[in-house]
Design a protein around this ligand. Structure first.
Ligand SMILES: NC(=O)c1ccc[n+]([C@@H]2O[C@H](COP(=O)([O-])OP(=O)(O)OC[C@H]3O[C@@H](n4cnc5c(N)ncnc54)[C@H](OP(=O)(O)O)[C@@H]3O)[C@@H](O)[C@H]2O)c1
Length: 323
């Protein structure tokens, strides 16, 4: 009976040219919206999810990117600049009207601005904050009703820069530290609706992020030479130049997002780094920060008490009952 209905549907769909609906009818496809899916990590996520049979609404801004994304099976390009409320509203309408609901939202779109905090102009600071902080806030608020309706999942692309912060990386790190707080609060709000929220914290992976940042510096006539922190700026510019061809394979980040969206018990945080060195930088900095906070305050904990807390946190993580 099921086979006959499916065959009938396939025939109707073939006659009317609705190929994606065939997949819908035969495979209960969960739909996911990914912002900033034109390149880098977002593109890798879109391709991985589509190849695994999920339906992807791929957010992009340029016509040629939308065309390219639309040519991939199980992907529908959606024009979405996270700074433009009218495009966000139009995307909500498009996805609502499509009728398959929305199970997953991945807040991925992001940019990097490398400038010393004592020099950065407000225009560049606004640009950084607008895309990386206001973007996820705007998009999540708009799509929350659809995600709640499906008791779905939200992934936020943070960074190891949500733990690390140093000269010239301040503006970017501020946005990724903000995502740490955003994810914790959002997870707490969403748990009463049966929606899980995860923060993905990638290390350095191949993408266009460095190239775009360097192009923008050129357009704005900015260079390391004009900075009072020239050495730090030179190092940062060099690091940005590595993103296009060096660094890790973005497919690793896509796999982490797949787990966050589709595993039975998603984790609140997925640290995903291509080298042990980057894991060390991150975990060690988190420990150092804890020691800095604890040191020489009225109620400082001694070493034994800190180890006890660490053991309790480790036990909680592995699901053991803490005495
Ligand atoms: N690559 C890494 O090593 C790394 C590490 C940690 C975290 N991340 C994070 O990963 C995310 C993706 O970055 P990526 O490295 O994959 O860089 P990418 O290749 O430059 O991709 C960034 C994406 O964001 C889009 N975007 C930029 N401004 C936008 C806006 N106003 N509205 C909508 N989309 C916008 C870009 O679209 P256009 O093509 O139209 O510009 C592009 O699709 C970012 O949040 C980034 O902070 C990356």
């Amino acid at each position: 009976m099921i086979r006959i209905s499916a065959l009938l549907l396939i025939t109707i769909m073939a006659l009317t040219g609705h190929s994606t609906a065939i997949a819908d009818a035969t495979h209960d496809q969960k739909a996911v919206l990914i912002t900033g899916a034109s390149s880098g990590l977002g593109r890798a996520m879109a391709e991985t999810m589509a190849a695994n049979g999920y339906f992807v609404y791929a957010g992009a801004r340029k016509d040629e990117d939308l065309k390219e994304l639309n040519a991939i099976e199980n992907i529908q390009g959606v024009r979405l600049d996270v700074n433009k409320q009218e495009q966000i509203d139009a995307a909500v309408k498009t996805i609502t009207d499509a009728g398959r609901g929305l199970y997953g939202l991945v807040n991925n779109a992001g940019v990097v601005v490398v400038q010393p905090l004592i020099e950065i102009e407000e225009q560049d600071f606004d640009f950084q904050m607008n895309v990386n902080v206001y973007g996820p806030y705007r998009v999540t608020r708009a799509f929350a009703p659809l995600i709640i309706e499906s008791k779905g999942r939200i992934s936020i692309i943070g960074s190891i820069s949500g733990t690390l912060s140093s000269a010239t990386w301040g503006p970017y790190s501020m946005t990724k530290f903000a995502m740490e707080a955003y994810a914790d609060a959002l997870a707490d709000e969403m748990k009463s609706f049966g929606v899980d929220v995860s923060l993905i914290e990638p290390g350095a992976y191949r993408s266009n992020i460095g190239k775009s940042a360097l192009e923008r510096m050129d357009e704005r006539n900015q260079s390391a030479d004009s900075s009072q922190l020239k050495t730090a700026m030179d190092e940062s510019v060099n690091w940005l130049s590595l993103f296009e061809n060096d660094h890790g394979d973005p497919a690793e980040v896509a796999d982490a997002v797949m787990k966050a969206l589709f595993d039975d018990n998603p984790k609140p945080r997925y640290l995903i780094v291509p080298t042990q060195e980057q894991a060390y930088w991150t975990i060690n900095r988190a420990i150092e920060r804890m020691v800095e906070q604890n040191h020489d305050q009225k109620y400082s904990f001694d070493r034994d008490a800190l180890i006890e807390m660490l053991d309790a946190a480790l036990a909680k993580q592995s699901g053991e009952v803490v005495q």
